[in-house]
Design a protein. Sequence first.
Length: 545
Amino acid sequence: MVNLLGASASTRIVITGTLLVAAASCSSSESAGGPETLGTVAFSTSCDPSVQREFERALALLHHMTYPAAQQAFQSVAERDPDCGIAYWGMAMTLFQPLWPTRPSDADLERGWELMTQASDRGGMTVREDRFIAAGEAFFDPSGSPDYWTRIERWAEATTAAYEADPKDLESAAFFALAHLATSARSEEPATRNAQAAEVLLTILAEEPTHPGAVHYTIHANDFNGRERESLGVVRRYHEIAPLNPHALHMPTHIFVRLGEWGDVIEWNRRAAEAALAQRVGPSGEYVWDEYPHAVEYEVYAHLQQGNDEAAKALIQPLAETPDLQPSFKTAFHLASTAARYTVERQAWEEAAQLPARQPSSLDWDRFPWPEAVVWYARGLGAAHGGSEATVEESLEHLASLWARATQAGEFANQIKILELEVQGWSAMKQGDPGRAVALLNEAVALENLTPKHAVTPGATLPAAEVLGDLYMALGERESARDAYAASNIRVPGRLNTLLGLARTSVALSDTASARVYYSEIASRTTEGSDRPGIEEARAFPGGG
Protein backbone atom coordinates (compact mmCIF):
# COMPACT_ATOMS: atom_id res chain seq x y z
CA MET A 1 0.00 0.00 0.00
CA VAL A 2 1.05 3.58 -0.60
CA ASN A 3 0.50 6.13 2.17
CA LEU A 4 -0.41 9.40 0.46
CA LEU A 5 -0.59 11.51 3.63
CA GLY A 6 3.00 12.64 3.29
CA ALA A 7 2.63 13.64 -0.36
CA SER A 8 3.40 17.23 -1.17
CA ALA A 9 -0.16 17.76 -2.38
CA SER A 10 -3.22 15.71 -1.66
CA THR A 11 -4.99 14.04 -4.51
CA ARG A 12 -7.63 16.52 -5.71
CA ILE A 13 -9.69 15.47 -8.67
CA VAL A 14 -12.93 16.46 -10.26
CA ILE A 15 -15.04 13.34 -10.25
CA THR A 16 -16.13 13.07 -13.86
CA GLY A 17 -15.88 10.45 -16.53
CA THR A 18 -17.69 7.46 -17.98
CA LEU A 19 -18.98 4.73 -15.71
CA LEU A 20 -19.09 1.02 -16.17
CA VAL A 21 -22.48 -0.67 -15.95
CA ALA A 22 -23.47 -0.77 -12.29
CA ALA A 23 -24.69 -3.77 -10.38
CA ALA A 24 -28.38 -4.23 -9.70
CA SER A 25 -28.17 -2.60 -6.28
CA CYS A 26 -28.11 0.80 -7.96
CA SER A 27 -28.41 0.80 -11.72
CA SER A 28 -28.87 4.27 -13.17
CA SER A 29 -29.03 6.29 -16.35
CA GLU A 30 -25.59 7.61 -15.41
CA SER A 31 -24.22 4.08 -15.40
CA ALA A 32 -25.29 3.29 -18.94
CA GLY A 33 -22.25 4.88 -20.50
CA GLY A 34 -23.21 8.50 -19.97
CA PRO A 35 -21.05 11.12 -18.33
CA GLU A 36 -21.12 11.51 -14.56
CA THR A 37 -20.11 14.72 -12.81
CA LEU A 38 -20.19 14.88 -9.02
CA GLY A 39 -18.00 17.80 -8.00
CA THR A 40 -14.55 18.01 -6.46
CA VAL A 41 -13.34 16.20 -3.35
CA ALA A 42 -9.89 15.52 -1.93
CA PHE A 43 -9.15 12.75 0.56
CA SER A 44 -5.68 11.22 0.52
CA THR A 45 -5.77 7.70 1.92
CA SER A 46 -3.39 4.92 2.91
CA CYS A 47 -5.04 2.69 0.30
CA ASP A 48 -3.48 1.48 -2.91
CA PRO A 49 -3.22 4.42 -5.34
CA SER A 50 -5.21 2.44 -7.91
CA VAL A 51 -8.41 2.88 -5.83
CA GLN A 52 -7.92 6.53 -4.92
CA ARG A 53 -10.14 7.87 -7.69
CA GLU A 54 -12.95 5.41 -6.94
CA PHE A 55 -12.76 6.18 -3.23
CA GLU A 56 -13.16 9.91 -3.87
CA ARG A 57 -16.04 9.19 -6.24
CA ALA A 58 -17.70 7.16 -3.46
CA LEU A 59 -17.13 10.00 -1.02
CA ALA A 60 -18.69 12.49 -3.43
CA LEU A 61 -21.74 10.23 -3.76
CA LEU A 62 -21.97 10.08 0.04
CA HIS A 63 -21.99 13.88 0.18
CA HIS A 64 -24.78 13.92 -2.41
CA MET A 65 -26.70 11.52 -0.12
CA THR A 66 -26.88 9.09 -3.02
CA TYR A 67 -26.50 6.33 -0.49
CA PRO A 68 -27.12 3.19 -2.58
CA ALA A 69 -24.55 4.17 -5.22
CA ALA A 70 -22.09 5.33 -2.55
CA GLN A 71 -22.35 1.99 -0.75
CA GLN A 72 -21.67 0.16 -3.97
CA ALA A 73 -18.69 2.38 -4.79
CA PHE A 74 -17.09 1.97 -1.35
CA GLN A 75 -17.64 -1.79 -1.59
CA SER A 76 -15.89 -1.80 -4.97
CA VAL A 77 -12.89 -0.06 -3.38
CA ALA A 78 -12.74 -2.66 -0.58
CA GLU A 79 -12.95 -5.50 -3.09
CA ARG A 80 -10.10 -4.07 -5.14
CA ASP A 81 -8.00 -3.28 -2.05
CA PRO A 82 -9.12 -5.37 0.94
CA ASP A 83 -6.59 -3.55 3.14
CA CYS A 84 -8.23 -0.16 2.49
CA GLY A 85 -9.68 0.39 5.97
CA ILE A 86 -11.35 3.71 5.17
CA ALA A 87 -13.46 1.99 2.49
CA TYR A 88 -15.17 -0.05 5.24
CA TRP A 89 -15.84 3.22 7.08
CA GLY A 90 -17.47 4.51 3.91
CA MET A 91 -19.74 1.47 3.58
CA ALA A 92 -20.84 1.90 7.19
CA MET A 93 -21.54 5.61 6.70
CA THR A 94 -24.15 4.80 4.05
CA LEU A 95 -26.20 2.89 6.64
CA PHE A 96 -27.45 5.95 8.48
CA GLN A 97 -28.68 9.17 6.93
CA PRO A 98 -28.43 11.92 9.55
CA LEU A 99 -30.65 14.51 7.83
CA TRP A 100 -33.28 12.08 6.57
CA PRO A 101 -36.11 10.45 8.54
CA THR A 102 -34.86 6.98 7.57
CA ARG A 103 -33.65 5.02 10.59
CA PRO A 104 -31.14 2.14 10.45
CA SER A 105 -32.56 -1.26 11.26
CA ASP A 106 -31.05 -3.54 13.88
CA ALA A 107 -29.40 -5.41 11.03
CA ASP A 108 -27.96 -2.15 9.68
CA LEU A 109 -26.53 -1.27 13.08
CA GLU A 110 -24.98 -4.72 13.46
CA ARG A 111 -23.56 -4.55 9.94
CA GLY A 112 -22.25 -1.03 10.55
CA TRP A 113 -20.35 -2.13 13.64
CA GLU A 114 -18.88 -5.10 11.76
CA LEU A 115 -17.67 -2.71 9.04
CA MET A 116 -16.23 -0.27 11.57
CA THR A 117 -14.40 -3.15 13.24
CA GLN A 118 -13.01 -4.21 9.88
CA ALA A 119 -11.92 -0.63 9.25
CA SER A 120 -10.06 -0.25 12.54
CA ASP A 121 -8.50 -3.73 12.29
CA ARG A 122 -6.76 -2.93 9.01
CA GLY A 123 -4.04 -0.81 10.65
CA GLY A 124 -1.41 1.26 8.91
CA MET A 125 -3.80 4.13 8.33
CA THR A 126 -3.18 7.84 8.55
CA VAL A 127 -4.07 9.90 11.60
CA ARG A 128 -6.76 11.54 9.51
CA GLU A 129 -8.33 8.20 8.57
CA ASP A 130 -8.22 7.11 12.21
CA ARG A 131 -10.22 10.21 13.22
CA PHE A 132 -12.94 9.48 10.68
CA ILE A 133 -13.13 5.85 11.73
CA ALA A 134 -13.37 6.87 15.40
CA ALA A 135 -16.32 9.10 14.53
CA GLY A 136 -18.05 6.23 12.73
CA GLU A 137 -17.40 3.93 15.66
CA ALA A 138 -19.05 6.44 17.99
CA PHE A 139 -22.33 5.95 16.13
CA PHE A 140 -22.26 2.18 15.66
CA ASP A 141 -20.68 1.15 18.99
CA PRO A 142 -23.16 -1.35 20.49
CA SER A 143 -21.84 -0.94 24.02
CA GLY A 144 -23.50 2.46 24.48
CA SER A 145 -27.15 3.45 24.42
CA PRO A 146 -29.00 1.96 21.44
CA ASP A 147 -31.16 5.10 21.10
CA TYR A 148 -30.79 6.60 17.62
CA TRP A 149 -30.46 10.20 18.75
CA THR A 150 -27.94 9.25 21.42
CA ARG A 151 -25.90 7.62 18.67
CA ILE A 152 -26.20 10.78 16.56
CA GLU A 153 -24.99 12.90 19.47
CA ARG A 154 -22.00 10.58 19.98
CA TRP A 155 -21.16 10.78 16.29
CA ALA A 156 -21.53 14.58 16.32
CA GLU A 157 -19.16 14.88 19.29
CA ALA A 158 -16.55 12.67 17.63
CA THR A 159 -16.94 14.53 14.34
CA THR A 160 -16.46 17.82 16.14
CA ALA A 161 -13.28 16.46 17.73
CA ALA A 162 -11.95 15.48 14.30
CA TYR A 163 -12.72 18.95 12.95
CA GLU A 164 -11.12 20.72 15.90
CA ALA A 165 -7.99 18.59 15.48
CA ASP A 166 -7.58 19.86 11.91
CA PRO A 167 -10.04 22.66 11.02
CA LYS A 168 -8.30 23.24 7.68
CA ASP A 169 -9.20 19.75 6.48
CA LEU A 170 -12.13 20.30 4.10
CA GLU A 171 -13.62 16.84 4.65
CA SER A 172 -13.50 17.19 8.43
CA ALA A 173 -15.16 20.59 8.08
CA ALA A 174 -17.88 19.19 5.80
CA PHE A 175 -18.76 16.37 8.18
CA PHE A 176 -18.65 18.75 11.14
CA ALA A 177 -21.23 20.95 9.40
CA LEU A 178 -23.36 17.91 8.58
CA ALA A 179 -23.29 16.78 12.20
CA HIS A 180 -24.18 20.31 13.33
CA LEU A 181 -27.22 20.26 11.05
CA ALA A 182 -28.22 16.76 12.14
CA THR A 183 -28.48 17.90 15.76
CA SER A 184 -29.85 21.38 15.03
CA ALA A 185 -33.57 20.69 15.33
CA ARG A 186 -33.11 19.07 18.75
CA SER A 187 -30.96 21.88 20.12
CA GLU A 188 -32.15 24.88 22.09
CA GLU A 189 -30.90 27.28 19.42
CA PRO A 190 -31.40 25.69 15.99
CA ALA A 191 -30.99 29.01 14.17
CA THR A 192 -27.56 29.48 15.71
CA ARG A 193 -26.47 25.96 14.81
CA ASN A 194 -27.61 26.36 11.22
CA ALA A 195 -25.74 29.66 10.97
CA GLN A 196 -22.59 28.10 12.44
CA ALA A 197 -22.75 25.21 9.98
CA ALA A 198 -23.25 27.62 7.07
CA GLU A 199 -20.25 29.67 8.16
CA VAL A 200 -17.98 26.61 8.15
CA LEU A 201 -19.34 25.50 4.78
CA LEU A 202 -18.59 28.89 3.24
CA THR A 203 -14.94 28.48 4.22
CA ILE A 204 -14.90 25.21 2.27
CA LEU A 205 -16.54 26.82 -0.75
CA ALA A 206 -14.02 29.65 -0.69
CA GLU A 207 -11.30 27.06 -1.27
CA GLU A 208 -13.25 24.54 -3.36
CA PRO A 209 -16.45 26.00 -4.95
CA THR A 210 -17.62 22.66 -6.32
CA HIS A 211 -17.23 20.58 -3.16
CA PRO A 212 -20.43 18.46 -3.21
CA GLY A 213 -20.84 18.32 0.56
CA ALA A 214 -20.31 22.04 1.06
CA VAL A 215 -22.82 22.96 -1.64
CA HIS A 216 -25.37 20.36 -0.54
CA TYR A 217 -25.17 21.05 3.18
CA THR A 218 -25.28 24.82 2.61
CA ILE A 219 -28.75 24.36 1.12
CA HIS A 220 -29.81 22.35 4.16
CA ALA A 221 -28.36 25.03 6.46
CA ASN A 222 -30.43 27.66 4.67
CA ASP A 223 -33.62 25.58 4.57
CA PHE A 224 -34.62 27.43 7.71
CA ASN A 225 -36.90 30.38 8.34
CA GLY A 226 -34.99 33.61 7.81
CA ARG A 227 -32.05 32.00 5.99
CA GLU A 228 -33.74 31.19 2.67
CA ARG A 229 -32.08 34.08 0.80
CA GLU A 230 -28.57 33.27 1.99
CA SER A 231 -26.05 32.02 -0.59
CA LEU A 232 -28.54 31.86 -3.46
CA GLY A 233 -25.67 31.58 -5.93
CA VAL A 234 -24.62 28.34 -4.24
CA VAL A 235 -28.20 27.07 -4.33
CA ARG A 236 -28.66 27.74 -8.02
CA ARG A 237 -25.45 26.05 -9.12
CA TYR A 238 -25.86 22.72 -7.35
CA HIS A 239 -27.46 21.08 -10.38
CA GLU A 240 -24.47 22.19 -12.48
CA ILE A 241 -22.12 20.26 -10.18
CA ALA A 242 -24.06 17.00 -10.50
CA PRO A 243 -26.52 17.43 -13.41
CA LEU A 244 -27.63 13.79 -13.51
CA ASN A 245 -27.89 13.19 -9.78
CA PRO A 246 -31.53 13.08 -8.60
CA HIS A 247 -30.86 14.58 -5.18
CA ALA A 248 -28.70 17.37 -6.59
CA LEU A 249 -31.47 18.25 -9.04
CA HIS A 250 -34.02 18.28 -6.21
CA MET A 251 -32.15 20.02 -3.39
CA PRO A 252 -32.28 23.65 -4.65
CA THR A 253 -36.07 23.40 -4.63
CA HIS A 254 -36.04 23.33 -0.83
CA ILE A 255 -35.14 27.00 -1.15
CA PHE A 256 -37.33 27.66 -4.19
CA VAL A 257 -40.36 26.49 -2.16
CA ARG A 258 -39.45 28.96 0.59
CA LEU A 259 -39.23 31.73 -2.02
CA GLY A 260 -42.48 30.75 -3.73
CA GLU A 261 -40.70 30.14 -7.06
CA TRP A 262 -43.17 27.50 -8.24
CA GLY A 263 -41.96 27.21 -11.83
CA ASP A 264 -38.45 26.25 -10.72
CA VAL A 265 -39.83 23.85 -8.11
CA ILE A 266 -41.79 22.06 -10.82
CA GLU A 267 -39.03 21.96 -13.42
CA TRP A 268 -36.22 20.75 -11.17
CA ASN A 269 -38.33 18.13 -9.42
CA ARG A 270 -39.61 16.86 -12.74
CA ARG A 271 -36.01 16.25 -13.77
CA ALA A 272 -35.15 14.79 -10.36
CA ALA A 273 -38.09 12.37 -10.52
CA GLU A 274 -37.09 11.19 -14.00
CA ALA A 275 -33.50 10.65 -12.85
CA ALA A 276 -34.62 8.80 -9.72
CA LEU A 277 -36.92 6.50 -11.69
CA ALA A 278 -33.91 5.39 -13.68
CA GLN A 279 -32.26 4.06 -10.52
CA ARG A 280 -33.25 0.88 -8.74
CA VAL A 281 -32.18 0.19 -5.17
CA GLY A 282 -32.07 -2.79 -2.84
CA PRO A 283 -29.84 -5.87 -2.71
CA SER A 284 -31.13 -7.04 -6.09
CA GLY A 285 -32.40 -3.75 -7.47
CA GLU A 286 -35.93 -4.68 -6.47
CA TYR A 287 -37.16 -1.21 -5.46
CA VAL A 288 -37.87 2.17 -7.00
CA TRP A 289 -35.70 4.62 -5.07
CA ASP A 290 -37.60 6.80 -2.60
CA GLU A 291 -36.03 9.87 -4.20
CA TYR A 292 -38.79 9.49 -6.80
CA PRO A 293 -41.75 10.09 -4.44
CA HIS A 294 -39.67 12.76 -2.68
CA ALA A 295 -39.35 14.76 -5.89
CA VAL A 296 -42.97 14.12 -6.85
CA GLU A 297 -44.38 15.63 -3.67
CA TYR A 298 -42.44 18.85 -4.11
CA GLU A 299 -43.69 19.06 -7.68
CA VAL A 300 -47.27 18.36 -6.58
CA TYR A 301 -47.03 21.07 -3.93
CA ALA A 302 -45.96 23.64 -6.53
CA HIS A 303 -48.67 22.68 -9.01
CA LEU A 304 -51.29 23.11 -6.28
CA GLN A 305 -49.99 26.62 -5.52
CA GLN A 306 -50.43 27.45 -9.19
CA GLY A 307 -53.98 26.15 -9.09
CA ASN A 308 -53.03 23.47 -11.61
CA ASP A 309 -54.93 20.70 -9.88
CA GLU A 310 -55.03 18.48 -12.96
CA ALA A 311 -51.24 18.49 -13.22
CA ALA A 312 -51.00 17.58 -9.53
CA LYS A 313 -53.50 14.75 -9.94
CA ALA A 314 -51.60 13.47 -12.97
CA LEU A 315 -48.56 12.99 -10.74
CA ILE A 316 -50.30 11.63 -7.64
CA GLN A 317 -52.13 8.78 -9.33
CA PRO A 318 -49.10 7.25 -11.08
CA LEU A 319 -47.09 7.60 -7.86
CA ALA A 320 -49.74 5.72 -5.88
CA GLU A 321 -49.83 3.01 -8.56
CA THR A 322 -46.05 2.62 -8.89
CA PRO A 323 -45.09 -0.94 -7.97
CA ASP A 324 -42.04 -1.78 -5.88
CA LEU A 325 -41.57 1.57 -4.18
CA GLN A 326 -38.80 1.46 -1.59
CA PRO A 327 -40.61 0.64 1.72
CA SER A 328 -39.16 3.59 3.64
CA PHE A 329 -40.34 6.50 5.77
CA LYS A 330 -39.97 8.82 2.79
CA THR A 331 -42.18 6.66 0.59
CA ALA A 332 -44.84 6.37 3.31
CA PHE A 333 -44.76 10.11 3.96
CA HIS A 334 -45.06 11.16 0.34
CA LEU A 335 -47.83 8.71 -0.49
CA ALA A 336 -49.85 9.95 2.48
CA SER A 337 -48.96 13.60 2.10
CA THR A 338 -49.67 13.98 -1.63
CA ALA A 339 -53.10 12.40 -1.19
CA ALA A 340 -53.88 14.65 1.78
CA ARG A 341 -52.56 17.82 0.11
CA TYR A 342 -54.65 17.25 -2.99
CA THR A 343 -57.82 17.38 -0.91
CA VAL A 344 -57.11 20.06 1.69
CA GLU A 345 -55.40 22.52 -0.68
CA ARG A 346 -58.53 22.40 -2.87
CA GLN A 347 -60.71 22.57 0.25
CA ALA A 348 -62.45 19.45 -1.00
CA TRP A 349 -63.56 18.65 2.52
CA GLU A 350 -65.89 15.75 1.78
CA GLU A 351 -63.16 14.12 -0.28
CA ALA A 352 -60.65 14.70 2.51
CA ALA A 353 -62.93 13.11 5.11
CA GLN A 354 -63.05 9.91 3.08
CA LEU A 355 -59.33 9.41 2.46
CA PRO A 356 -58.27 5.83 3.22
CA ALA A 357 -55.66 5.51 5.96
CA ARG A 358 -52.59 3.26 6.00
CA GLN A 359 -52.43 2.81 2.22
CA PRO A 360 -50.87 0.90 0.64
CA SER A 361 -51.21 -1.94 3.11
CA SER A 362 -47.86 -3.35 1.96
CA LEU A 363 -46.04 -0.69 4.03
CA ASP A 364 -45.38 -1.24 7.72
CA TRP A 365 -47.35 1.79 8.94
CA ASP A 366 -46.57 1.03 12.56
CA ARG A 367 -43.10 2.42 11.81
CA PHE A 368 -44.42 5.70 10.41
CA PRO A 369 -46.64 7.62 12.87
CA TRP A 370 -46.21 11.06 11.27
CA PRO A 371 -47.07 9.94 7.71
CA GLU A 372 -50.14 8.13 9.01
CA ALA A 373 -51.11 11.20 11.04
CA VAL A 374 -51.21 13.35 7.89
CA VAL A 375 -54.09 11.26 6.53
CA TRP A 376 -56.03 11.29 9.80
CA TYR A 377 -55.53 15.06 9.88
CA ALA A 378 -57.07 15.44 6.42
CA ARG A 379 -59.96 13.18 7.41
CA GLY A 380 -60.59 15.07 10.63
CA LEU A 381 -60.27 18.53 9.10
CA GLY A 382 -62.53 17.54 6.24
CA ALA A 383 -65.20 16.21 8.59
CA ALA A 384 -64.93 19.26 10.85
CA HIS A 385 -65.90 21.41 7.86
CA GLY A 386 -69.23 19.68 7.49
CA GLY A 387 -68.84 15.92 7.77
CA SER A 388 -69.81 13.58 10.56
CA GLU A 389 -68.81 14.23 14.14
CA ALA A 390 -67.95 10.54 14.42
CA THR A 391 -65.25 10.94 11.76
CA VAL A 392 -63.83 13.95 13.62
CA GLU A 393 -63.67 11.99 16.86
CA GLU A 394 -62.14 8.96 15.17
CA SER A 395 -59.46 11.16 13.62
CA LEU A 396 -58.67 12.86 16.91
CA GLU A 397 -58.37 9.50 18.65
CA HIS A 398 -55.87 8.32 16.05
CA LEU A 399 -53.93 11.60 16.15
CA ALA A 400 -53.66 11.40 19.95
CA SER A 401 -52.44 7.81 19.75
CA LEU A 402 -49.93 8.61 17.02
CA TRP A 403 -48.67 11.62 18.99
CA ALA A 404 -48.12 9.39 22.03
CA ARG A 405 -46.12 6.92 19.93
CA ALA A 406 -44.04 9.70 18.40
CA THR A 407 -43.41 11.18 21.84
CA GLN A 408 -42.18 7.83 23.10
CA ALA A 409 -39.95 7.47 20.03
CA GLY A 410 -38.56 10.97 20.60
CA GLU A 411 -39.26 12.51 17.20
CA PHE A 412 -42.02 14.03 15.05
CA ALA A 413 -44.26 14.60 18.08
CA ASN A 414 -44.52 18.35 17.43
CA GLN A 415 -45.51 17.81 13.82
CA ILE A 416 -48.34 15.50 14.87
CA LYS A 417 -49.44 17.76 17.74
CA ILE A 418 -49.82 20.70 15.32
CA LEU A 419 -52.09 18.58 13.13
CA GLU A 420 -54.11 17.49 16.17
CA LEU A 421 -54.54 21.08 17.39
CA GLU A 422 -55.80 22.23 14.00
CA VAL A 423 -58.43 19.48 13.88
CA GLN A 424 -59.38 20.19 17.51
CA GLY A 425 -59.76 23.86 16.66
CA TRP A 426 -62.12 23.30 13.76
CA SER A 427 -63.96 20.66 15.77
CA ALA A 428 -64.58 23.28 18.48
CA MET A 429 -65.84 25.64 15.79
CA LYS A 430 -68.19 22.94 14.54
CA GLN A 431 -69.46 22.46 18.10
CA GLY A 432 -70.21 26.17 18.49
CA ASP A 433 -67.27 27.15 20.69
CA PRO A 434 -65.36 29.77 18.66
CA GLY A 435 -63.33 31.02 21.62
CA ARG A 436 -61.83 27.60 22.20
CA ALA A 437 -61.34 27.18 18.45
CA VAL A 438 -59.29 30.37 18.26
CA ALA A 439 -57.24 29.41 21.31
CA LEU A 440 -56.42 25.97 19.92
CA LEU A 441 -55.36 27.31 16.54
CA ASN A 442 -53.22 30.00 18.13
CA GLU A 443 -51.54 27.21 20.09
CA ALA A 444 -50.91 25.39 16.81
CA VAL A 445 -49.38 28.54 15.29
CA ALA A 446 -47.09 29.03 18.29
CA LEU A 447 -45.91 25.41 18.18
CA GLU A 448 -45.34 25.53 14.43
CA ASN A 449 -43.26 28.69 14.84
CA LEU A 450 -41.01 26.77 17.25
CA THR A 451 -40.72 23.67 15.05
CA PRO A 452 -38.21 23.80 12.18
CA LYS A 453 -39.51 22.41 8.91
CA HIS A 454 -38.28 18.88 8.33
CA ALA A 455 -36.35 18.27 5.11
CA VAL A 456 -38.69 15.44 4.09
CA THR A 457 -41.56 17.83 3.38
CA PRO A 458 -41.96 20.97 1.26
CA GLY A 459 -43.98 22.44 4.10
CA ALA A 460 -46.79 21.94 6.57
CA THR A 461 -49.79 20.08 5.17
CA LEU A 462 -51.53 23.41 5.75
CA PRO A 463 -49.70 26.24 7.55
CA ALA A 464 -51.25 26.76 10.97
CA ALA A 465 -51.40 30.55 10.50
CA GLU A 466 -53.29 30.09 7.22
CA VAL A 467 -55.75 27.76 8.94
CA LEU A 468 -56.18 30.36 11.70
CA GLY A 469 -56.87 32.97 9.04
CA ASP A 470 -59.58 30.74 7.58
CA LEU A 471 -61.13 30.40 11.03
CA TYR A 472 -61.18 34.15 11.59
CA MET A 473 -62.77 34.57 8.15
CA ALA A 474 -65.50 32.12 9.12
CA LEU A 475 -66.07 34.16 12.28
CA GLY A 476 -66.25 37.41 10.33
CA GLU A 477 -63.16 38.82 12.11
CA ARG A 478 -61.55 40.32 9.00
CA GLU A 479 -58.70 42.24 10.62
CA SER A 480 -57.58 39.24 12.65
CA ALA A 481 -57.87 37.09 9.54
CA ARG A 482 -55.69 39.49 7.55
CA ASP A 483 -53.07 39.48 10.30
CA ALA A 484 -53.01 35.69 10.36
CA TYR A 485 -52.72 35.43 6.58
CA ALA A 486 -49.99 38.08 6.55
CA ALA A 487 -48.00 36.14 9.15
CA SER A 488 -48.39 32.97 7.08
CA ASN A 489 -47.30 34.76 3.91
CA ILE A 490 -44.11 35.89 5.62
CA ARG A 491 -43.28 32.39 6.82
CA VAL A 492 -44.44 30.55 3.66
CA PRO A 493 -44.73 33.11 0.83
CA GLY A 494 -46.75 32.77 -2.33
CA ARG A 495 -49.27 30.14 -1.25
CA LEU A 496 -52.47 30.44 -3.27
CA ASN A 497 -54.92 30.11 -0.38
CA THR A 498 -52.98 32.59 1.75
CA LEU A 499 -52.87 35.18 -1.06
CA LEU A 500 -56.58 34.67 -1.68
CA GLY A 501 -57.28 35.21 2.02
CA LEU A 502 -55.24 38.42 1.98
CA ALA A 503 -57.08 39.65 -1.10
CA ARG A 504 -60.53 38.90 0.30
CA THR A 505 -59.84 40.43 3.69
CA SER A 506 -58.48 43.53 1.97
CA VAL A 507 -61.72 43.85 0.00
CA ALA A 508 -63.76 43.35 3.17
CA LEU A 509 -61.74 46.10 4.87
CA SER A 510 -62.17 48.46 1.86
CA ASP A 511 -58.43 48.34 1.15
CA THR A 512 -58.77 48.21 -2.62
CA ALA A 513 -55.11 48.97 -3.31
CA SER A 514 -53.91 45.98 -1.28
CA ALA A 515 -56.60 43.76 -2.75
CA ARG A 516 -55.41 44.67 -6.23
CA VAL A 517 -51.82 43.77 -5.31
CA TYR A 518 -52.80 40.36 -3.97
CA TYR A 519 -55.22 39.55 -6.78
CA SER A 520 -52.54 40.56 -9.29
CA GLU A 521 -50.06 38.24 -7.63
CA ILE A 522 -52.58 35.40 -7.79
CA ALA A 523 -53.23 36.08 -11.47
CA SER A 524 -49.51 36.14 -12.29
CA ARG A 525 -48.67 33.01 -10.31
CA THR A 526 -51.50 30.69 -11.34
CA THR A 527 -52.33 28.62 -14.38
CA GLU A 528 -54.77 29.96 -16.95
CA GLY A 529 -57.89 27.88 -17.23
CA SER A 530 -57.75 26.61 -13.65
CA ASP A 531 -61.16 26.00 -12.15
CA ARG A 532 -59.92 26.57 -8.59
CA PRO A 533 -62.28 28.97 -6.81
CA GLY A 534 -60.61 32.34 -6.42
CA ILE A 535 -58.43 32.37 -9.53
CA GLU A 536 -61.19 33.59 -11.83
CA GLU A 537 -62.15 36.00 -9.05
CA ALA A 538 -58.59 37.36 -9.06
CA ARG A 539 -58.52 37.79 -12.83
CA ALA A 540 -61.89 39.55 -12.80
CA PHE A 541 -60.93 42.03 -10.08
CA PRO A 542 -60.33 45.53 -11.55
CA GLY A 543 -56.60 45.77 -12.11
CA GLY A 544 -56.04 42.28 -10.74
CA GLY A 545 -55.74 40.35 -13.98
